[in-house]
Design a protein around this ligand. Sequence first.
Ligand SMILES: Cc1ncc(C[n+]2csc(CCOP(=O)(O)OP(=O)(O)O)c2C)c(N)n1
Ligand SMILES: [Mg+2]
Length: 536
Amino acid sequence: MFGYPGGNVLPIFDVLYDADIKFILTRHEQGAAHAAEGYARATGKTGVCIATSGPGATNLTTGIANAYMDSIPIVAITGQVKTFVIGNDAFQEADITGITRPITKHNYLVKDIKDLARIIREAFHIASTGRPGPVVVDIPSDIQQQDIEFIWPQEVDIRGYKPTYFGHPGQIKKAVGLIAAARRPIIYAGGGIISSGAHSQLKELAEKIQTPVTMTLMGLGGFSGTHKLSLGMLGMHGTAYANHATMESDLIIAIGARFDDRVTGKLDAFAPHAKIIHIDIDPASISKNVKVDVPIVGDAKNIIGQLLEEIKKTPDTADWLKTIENWKKKYPLKYEETAKVKPQYVIEQIYEATQGEAIITTEVGQNQMWAAQWYKYASPRTFISSGGLGTMGFGFPAAMGAKVGCPDKIIFDIAGDGSIQMNIQELATCVCNKINVKVAILNNGYLGMVRQWQELFYKKRYSYTCLYNPDFVKLAESYGAFGIRVTKKEEVRPAIEKAISTDNVVFIDFHIEPEENVYPMVPAGEAINRMIGGMA
Ligand SMILES: Cc1ncc(C[n+]2csc(CCOP(=O)(O)OP(=O)(O)O)c2C)c(N)n1
Ligand SMILES: [Mg+2]
């Protein structure tokens, strides 16, 4: 449990004093929310954060919105002013159930102590089942002070909330028919693969039907990036071959993905020849952005299992795979190697030094896209990044939560010099709790991704994107962490090795080429095969 105290949660904190709960005091409530998310994404369990009423609760909201957009199971507990002053503009009152209604899967204001146990039970159930998401439980402080006999409900029965877990057999048959007839199929896999634990089934399916797999940012690790059938990520900064394969495909099997605009680009130009099968646990996601031919509502793991049972005739994809192999050879991800410190090189070196076994979190911007492109994620829950909301300041507290959940793993936050300063206060939390995460700051002196857009689309008018930065090494040291500065290419690998072998929180300040860009890039609103730095 990650959190921060205050007047209206004091009764709960008093119980935490000797409760059998590992509690971590963060230095900002936003840090607590993101840490709960990092914990949830690394472990598959529900993360928990707690804050006081008013400003404590509003500080959680960015993390709650982030969890909502990325379907991450967290329960956020907030203190509230006493029931009899709610609505009176009481000290530190904020209507947090009102504020979080559009960014939670569900939320509760506890008005009677008799409901508390049931509500907590339901909150965890709702957060972690169906399409996962954040649930807020707002508890007035007078309710916190009341006594009642503790009865934990064994069963949860919520009218109107009964997720569908298995695909309709008729829809499965239709999908099997389309798969057998396809010649240029692709699987488009999203975060749903990871939340449903469907990675083994996905591998089996891809191999059985010899169909290449492309992943969203949220889906990375759901299918091994080193597998022959992997196309890597698609979309705005996807690989050229993933985007071309998508545009040329005659069948898209979308699993646990939601056709986000960073993936589809210009909607009416998206995959013009493709029939679409869409597998998703949330019926509201289906045909929301793109009209699909065969919707299948249910859990990804179950449905892939059903498909595997029903598929007798597999498609002939030999020519298609040859075409894709050619694209991969001709248009690989690439960067110009120079004597300077290149961000892509830094990430390649982190990949090699950790043998692909680390958990990588990211901030937002160029750092995030390079981390998605240049580290090969072989297994689920090894890549943790803010997808839907794109929250700068997510990566460091998320790394902290991931490390608490997976203490034996090496955790690297691949950060930008801008983003890291948005939750840098969590250095204190990491150091004093010995949460030894490693932070690789790709320091370009810019809000790099915004600068890239200004370079390409605003005539290089760098309006307020140049940063004045602290000395990150001294800053780390002032918190009791270990700092390393890297200004030369040959220092990159030794610094990474040193960070891994150092039994402390480590910041590596990589002074990278300031105006390096992320390519390929699909300009906003263009079709996804119209890439800058992709293929003609
Ligand atoms: C909280 C928040 N504010 C603003 C943005 C808009 N934004 C997206 S990327 C970016 C620049 C990030 O800079 P830095 O962390 O240095 O990363 P770089 O792109 O340089 O790797 C900004 C400002 C955002 N995503 N999140
Ligand atoms: Mg930067």
